[in-house]
Ligand binder design. Structure first.
Ligand code: AVI
Length: 322
């Protein structure tokens, strides 16, 4: 992921304020992970992707490097590649490098600047490729450009284990909407992180250089700046913990002392030791992912992994009714 602009232009400040208030009134308190991604946070995320403990990005990239030719063959010629999130990354380029005569590349992203930056950088690298950026929140219904009607098939690319950041229900709904978009002949190429030893997972989200801690705490700085809240950032500490029953890492910020946060005239007390939950990172076994996909009437027709089975990239296609 590269730079993302502030979340504020995407919707009104009042809506954002009321979303944040809703989260802070829950027990345990919650903050949306969108607050990680101001410009500094996006740079921190890029640094996370290079950390020795954070194996996800490099493992997925290795899978793409080894298997992009076969993936492209299975996708077939004249496909419209629709990426959820706008990709400038090596992973997207590897796929584009191997696709035969792609009909179009359609990045879908809520962040306008990010989308345009990605589109123009890919346009330079692939001058003959038809690039049709769509500014939309891909978790909500959006219109596809009529220009892709001539494509042989629609293929959604959703790399990076971003699916893991959605709750189970939200992940199923997202896969259902992908199933609707691709129709009966399309496919979804998706990357997700596999369930593994808890120590390896906890290390990936509690790195020794403290970058993930800084990334987590930066959500509060972002909030203070954009919504005028007064979180005492130094009075929180980062913790990422493995929750076995939910098969997920949870990122938390823990208050080191009692404090009261002002948000649009409402005072929210936060107790010493109280946790704010900032992110879920679900990890799937192959069976758990297959049942999630089946819930959206999708079936893995091919999967690829790394030699240690840390990460999986799967081609999902509509499950045929018996
Ligand atoms: C963006 N997403 C896939 C990352 C993950 O691993 O769930 C976000 C992240 N949070 C902490 N480190 C990385």
């Amino acid at each position: 992921m590269s730079k993302q602009p502030s979340v504020v232009p995407a919707s009104g400040v009042d809506q954002l304020t009321s979303d944040v208030l809703d989260g802070l009134r829950k027990s345990p308190k919650e903050l949306s992970p969108v607050w990680f991604y101001d410009e500094y946070g996006s740079d921190l995320f890029d640094t996370i992707c290079e950390l020795p403990e954070y194996y996800l990005t490099r493992t997925e990239l290795g899978i793409m490097q080894r298997h992009a030719t076969e993936m492209a063959q299975l996708i077939g010629p004249l496909a419209a590649l629709i990426e959820f999130g706008s990709g400038t990354s090596l992973k997207t380029r590897l796929l584009l490098d191997h696709l035969v005569a792609p009909a179009a590349y359609v990045p879908v992203d809520i962040a306008r600047e990010h989308l345009l930056e990605a589109a123009s950088s890919l346009a330079r690298a692939y001058p003959s490729l038809q690039i049709v950026p769509i500014r939309a929140d891909f978790t909500q219904p959006f219109e596809l450009p009529p220009r892709i009607a001539t494509a042989q098939r629609r293929v959604i690319y959703f790399p990076g284990s971003t699916i893991g950041n959605f709750s189970r229900n939200a992940a199923r709904s997202l896969l259902e909407s992908m199933r609707r978009i691709i129709g009966d002949d399309g496919a979804v190429l998706i990357g997700f992180d596999m369930k593994k030893d808890a120590q390896i997972l906890e290390r990936a989200y509690n790195d020794s250089a403290g970058v993930t801690a800084e990334f987590n705490l930066n959500a509060l700085r972002h909030l203070n700046r954009e919504l005028g809240t007064n979180f005492n950032v130094n009075a929180f500490e980062h913790r990422a913990l493995w929750v076995e029953e939910q098969s997920r890492i949870e990122m938390h910020l823990i208050s080191k002392r009692h404090q009261v946060v002002d948000i649009a005239g409402t005072r929210i007390p936060i107790e010493k030791g109280e946790h704010l939950r900032t992110e879920y990172c679900h990890k799937y076994t192959p069976d758990a992912f297959a049942s999630l996909a089946a819930g959206a009437h999708l079936l893995a027709t091919r999967s690829w992994s790394d030699p240690e089975n840390k990460f999986s990239v799967q081609l999902l296609e509509p499950a045929k009714l018996q």
